[in-house]
Design a protein around this ligand. Structure first.
Ligand code: PLP
Length: 451
């Protein structure tokens, strides 16, 4: 029988509790409420949300405009099956999203993982309609994360999360990641890009007529911590896909919706992938909503064939989620949040680089806009991640929490990293406070380690 436990704040956790937690036995505070970039626990402690939850709460917490939209829609209708009714909210959302991203078609889902699966299935359907049903092999990168479902996990270079599901996963056609800090081995950007592209070509050629497409996070998030490719890499990857007639799928679940200072991160490199996966910031923490943006070529092939997308999830495109996501898009546009992400991102980056000069544990600062990552090392010269892998990430995350700052642990098994990714609504003063708290966190981390 489970025993009653006492949390760090003295709260009793009942013995009969049956809720499966993320980490067994971990003492976490209970969340109470949120306002703007701050989250409060039930003991009244305040935390600056320096990672937007899981890089999701892009508008901060309890935003009155989004709550109003949510409430108004909830009073009209929350659910209607899209096999029975069209929904004005979903139509309006698709139109707005299309206008803001330049894609003609949008398929709605609920989570990032579902949307990744949908992108895979749309690609498989595309090949089937074109008379090449044997194209089933997707290539994706080491040190990446594409979701918890078996398709998404099969694509993920995240040993920690793959472990228990390995027996059911599909073949992982692993590409060298554009992660210069650990994989460039002294090459400059151009040389490293060439190596990456050559390796990708080899992997695709090895699969020949079975190759179906390439999946990429334009900036790698959860598995490695804002892994930012050398300039030229994404264009080269897109070029390679184009030459071989293979769809390029950008997984922008974390990087999309303005997070990096552009509506889509692929726009930093003028790349237009055939499919783009969105999640997290779409509902911004107010409703579970995700989407796949789809190009003409994919839809045209499907329209000319079976003319139906034989795939969906019960809640996908529900009016409540769509109304919320539409309000989020309106807020992003009317408040200039993409520009704010770029501007505040510069301030954050400069501050993080200053911290790196003071704290030896920071091996590298990287990222774009308000998706910044810190690589953590136990030895800066040797670039050693310390042992066991993950312990430094965990220590830094807890040290920050003790200072009243939330950062996101981003480690997939080969490195230590944290993400610093506050809401896109963050102000200059709040960035200053975030940096102060992070500075104190690293100071306490180092002093704890030396005692
Ligand atoms: N793809 C990327 C790039 C992600 O970062 C994540 C989640 O972290 C996912 C997919 C999966 O999204 P979800 O957790 O909403 O299923």
């Amino acid at each position: 029988m489970p025993q009653a436990t006492t949390t760090r704040s003295g709260r009793m956790q009942p013995a009969g509790s049956r809720l499966i937690k993320f980490f067994f036995g971990e003492e976490l505070p209970f969340v109470s409420h949120g306002r703007g970039v701050f989250v409060y626990d039930t003991d009244g402690r305040r935390y600056l949300d320096g990672c937007s939850g899981a890089v999701t709460a892009n508008l901060g917490h309890s935003d009155p405009e989004i709550l109003r939209a949510l409430h108004e829609q909830a009073e009209r209708i929350t659910f209607a099956h899209r096999g029975t009714f069209h929904s004005e909210q979903s139509e309006a959302l698709a139109e707005r999203l299309g206008a803001m991203t330049g894609y003609p078609y949008v398929f709605l889902c609920n989570s990032g993982s579902e949307a990744v699966e949908t992108a895979l299935r749309l690609t498989l359907q595309y090949w089937r309609e074109r008379g090449e049903p044997n194209r089933s092999q997707f290539a994706s990168h080491a040190v990446s994360y594409h979701g918890a479902t078996l398709g998404g996990l099969s694509l993920s270079g995240h040993p920690q999360r793959r472990r228990v599901a390995e027996a059911l996963l599909h073949e992982f056609n692993e590409l060298t990641p554009p992660y210069a800090y650990r994989f460039a081995e002294g090459r400059d950007d151009a040389e490293f890009t060439e190596l990456l592209v050559n390796h990708t070509a080899e992997v695709l050629d090895a699969h020949g007529p079975a190759a179906a497409g390439v999946v990429v996070e334009p900036v790698g998030g959860a598995a490695g911590g804002a892994i930012t490719p050398p300039d030229g890499y994404l264009q080269a990857l897109a070029g390679l896909c184009r030459e071989r007639g293979l769809p390029l799928i950008a997984d922008e679940v974390m990087t999309g919706m303005g997070r990096t200072g552009m509506m889509l991160a692929s726009q930093h490199w003028d790349v237009r992938p055939d499919l783009v996966v969105l999640g997290k910031g779409m509902g911004a923490g107010y409703a579970p909503v995700s989407a796949v943006l789809v190009s003409e070529e994919i839809i045209d092939a499907i329209a000319a064939g079976t003319a139906s997308v034989t795939n969906g999830h019960t809640y996908g495109g529900n009016p409540l989620g769509s109304a919320v996501a539409l309000a989020v898009l309106e807020a992003i546009e009317s408040r200039g949040l993409v520009a704010n992400a770029a501007e505040r991102g510069k301030q954050l980056r400069a501050g993080l680089e200053a911290l790196a000069r003071r704290h030896e544990v920071i091996g590298e600062v990287r990222g774009l806009g308000l998706l910044q990552g810190l690589e953590l090392v136990s030895d800066r010269v040797a670039r050693s991640p310390g042992a066991p892998i993950g312990s430094l990430t965990r220590a830094a995350t807890f040290a920050a929490r003790d200072q009243g700052l939330l950062v996101y642990p981003a480690t997939g098994g080969i490195n230590n990293a944290i993400l610093v990714a506050p809401p896109l609504t963050v102000t200059a003063e709040e960035i200053d406070l975030l940096l102060e708290l992070l500075d104190a966190s690293f100071t306490s981390l180092t002093s704890e380690e030396s005692t």
